[in-house]
Design a binder for this molecule. Structure first.
Ligand SMILES: Cc1cc2nc3c(=O)[nH]c(=O)nc-3n(C[C@H](O)[C@H](O)[C@H](O)COP(=O)(O)OP(=O)(O)OC[C@H]3O[C@@H](n4cnc5c(N)ncnc54)[C@H](O)[C@@H]3O)c2cc1C
Length: 502
């Protein structure tokens, strides 16, 4: 044990803790509990860690991050290394992306989202004709909304009475109506840029960052652009998978034991508290259990003898994704790490997802390419395309038909925008659809972010980070408070560790 580690680690013996699932939330919780002095065992159903944050390699040498591709708030990863007394840069490195995103509109307009807000505003003025000061004013409002609410809604448990005793929290709650509880994100963006539907579409897209619908989600979510435009988008050295990889290494150095290929089948309880776990291999005694498994199957499968919080579990799910991983036999210098090919009719697209539970004929296409930054991710002269379309979560749709139809629509859109027959360039292919996402991660219906944030009260209706019925049971990860996405999963780990410490 290093001197720094022993200095940081708690001396008092704590009860052993079990974590169900080695997703990013489970890994971060393992690090925190190990640092607090708990002996931690992580049970993972799959053969390795990461959950949605896994990686895959296709024949021909194309490496892909399987799930997340956009990385914000990197200090939340650094924080874990610092807590362990390590210099973050020696274990995990990243760079700020500039430009952040290349946007392609159906009318042929191409717009670059530069990291610098002024430069981005100038680009919008030049390409879309919206005066730069109006764009800067919008981004400023996004920052103010973020600053007014993020600490309260993302960093604290909303389900403990003591949270509401703080003056900051009461101030944030009082600010909510002003920040937009009665209008939608789309209405907010249309009011800001009435003359330019393309800019409205660009900012509406941020609703998809937590799997929501900009035509339903409250205008308070207009704070999301600040995450990317104000605080920055980042690229980890080696890709997103490096986040999970470096944190698992840290957890192992802190003594955390990872038991792969060992799914948990039941959380054992007696007299209102957790007593242990039954896995496919053994029965274990544990008084402290943290589930990183999606909260719906945690109740339905692991706690089926206990009453479930039905109202919480019935909250509408977030969107899911259909991903085509393509090894592409050519380089496209006009593309960056993040590329968006917008559809003609954004409203149609979200109606299809959230009302009709299907995929619109002409969906917006997101293409993530990491081989420009990490050359080993594709052979020389080739690229690794992670091509994603937002889709509804699985409700028994005819996925093979939807996948085949959407593949053609995607190829048509990107080929048209790039002036090349992209289908001819595909050298390797893999597809991940909502049933596949559920099968690999246990996420209910393959939803990417747990429940959606389409409802004004969504933040309060998410499952808390602790069980209200069973002592010793806690929850982390994207299906519980504060929500899905890498930063929020990392924050869920912080909240769980704080609750356990208290
Ligand atoms: C295609 C896609 C794109 C995304 N894009 C982004 C993005 O750009 N930026 C971003 O921030 N976020 C993005 N996300 C969301 C982000 O990936 C997730 O919010 C986050 O990774 C979820 O982490 P988690 O801790 O909830 O665990 P999960 O990743 O859901 O992992 C849960 C783990 O628990 C294991 N498990 C489940 N049941 C059991 C059991 N019974 N016993 C043992 N183990 C079990 C699973 O095998 C899995 O390893 C994306 C997700 C996907 C799928």
């Amino acid at each position: 044990m290093s001197a720094s580690r022993s200095a940081r680690k708690s001396n008092s013996p704590k009860q052993p803790a079990a974590i169900i699932g080695a997703g990013i939330g489970g890994i971060a919780t393992a690090v925190r509990l190990a640092l607090a002095g708990h002996k931690v065992t992580v049970f993972e159903a799959q053969e390795s860690f990461g959950g949605k944050m896994h990686q895959l390699v296709l024949p021909g040498g194309y490496r892909f991050d399987g799930g997340p591709s956009l990385f914000t708030l990197p200090h939340l990863v650094d924080e874990l290394f610092r807590l362990a007394g390590r210099e973050p840069k020696e274990h995990f490195r990243y760079q700020r992306l500039d430009p952040i995103t290349q946007y392609f509109f159906p009318d042929g307009t191409q717009l670059t989202a530069w990291a610098d807000e002024e430069k981005f505003a100038q680009e919008v003025e030049q390409k879309l004709g919206v005066p730069a000061p109006e764009v800067l004013q919008f981004l400023k409002r996004s920052r103010l909304a973020y600053d007014a609410t993020a600490d309260t809604f993302l960093q604290k448990s909303l389900h403990k009475a003591r949270t509401y005793l703080s003056a900051d929290v009461l101030k944030a709650l009082a600010a909510l109506p002003r920040l937009g509880l009665t209008s939608t994100m789309h209405q907010r963006h249309t009011a800001a840029f009435p003359q330019e539907p393309r800019l409205v579409q660009l900012f509406d897209r941020f609703a998809t960052y937590n799997g929501s619908d900009p035509y339903q989600a409250p205008a308070t979510l207009s704070m999301i652009p600040h995450l990317e435009h104000g605080l920055g988008a980042f690229y980890p050295e080696g890709g997103i998978y490096a986040i999970a990889e470096s944190l698992v290494k840290l957890a192992e150095e802190l003594g955390v034991q990872f038991r792969y290929n060992e799914p948990v089948e039941e959380i054992l309880t007696a007299a209102g508290r957790v007593t242990g776990l039954r896995t496919t291999q053994e029965v274990y005694d544990f008084g402290l259990v943290v589930s990183n498994m999606d909260v719906v199957p945690t109740y339905r499968r692991l706690l089926h003898k206990e009453p479930a919080p039905e109202r919480t579990l019935r909250q509408p799910r977030s969107s899911s994704a259909l991903i085509f991983y393509w090894g592409i036999g050519q380089r496209f210098p006009q593309l960056g790490v993040h590329n968006i090919f917008f559809s003609e009719d954004y409203k149609r697209e979200f109606d299809a997802i959230f009302q009709e539970k299907t995929i619109a004929a002409d969906p917006t296409v997101y293409v993530n390419i990491t081989s420009g930054h990490t050359p080993t991710d594709a052979p020389e002269g080739h690229e690794n395309w992670f091509v994603m379309v937002n889709v509804p979560h699985d409700q028994g749709q005819d996925w093979p038909t939807l996948v085949a139809r959407t593949r053609e629509a995607v190829l048509s859109r990107v080929s048209q925008a790039l002036g090349t027959d992209v289908g001819q360039l595909i050298r390797a292919e893999h597809v991940w659809d909502p049933p596949g996402i559920e099968a690999r991660t246990s996420s209910f219906g393959g939803a990417l972010y747990g429940s959606s944030s389409n409802n004004t009260m969504a933040a309060f209706l998410r499952h808390p980070n602790f069980s209200q019925q069973l002592e010793g049971l806690y929850f982390c990860g994207g299906s519980v408070h504060p929500g899905g996405g890498i930063p929020l999963c990392l924050l869920s780990a912080r909240i769980v560790a704080d609750l356990i410490a208290q």
